[in-house]
Ligand binder design. Structure first.
Ligand SMILES: [Zn+2]
Length: 83
């Protein structure tokens, strides 16, 4: 199994961002962010104020859902893997 298909223990990560709580898609590899929509995750600085508070099997972040919808048009046969 390649690194980018590594299974996570959970499907989604729950983040509290300034009191707004949503579940997000975590990146699989090569990201400095906790989610594919660009959330920092644990960063309590004044301008970010985010903390990871749990895990979930349901996705409700509108940005992550939008990314899912956009990439869902792509099928495995459309991908040219170089590894
Ligand atoms: Zn998200």
């Amino acid at each position: 199994m390649s690194a980018n298909k590594k299974r996570l223990k959970y499907k989604f990560i729950v983040i509290n961002a300034r009191g707004s709580i949503n579940s997000h898609i975590p990146p699989t590899v090569g990201s400095n962010y906790e989610t594919i929509c660009g959330m920092d995750g644990n960063d309590l600085s004044d301008d970010v104020q985010q903390s990871v508070i749990g895990e979930s099997d349901k996705l409700d972040c509108p940005q992550c859902i939008g990314i899912f919808d956009a990439v869902s048009i792509c099928k495995e046969r459309d991908i040219l893997r170089l590894e």
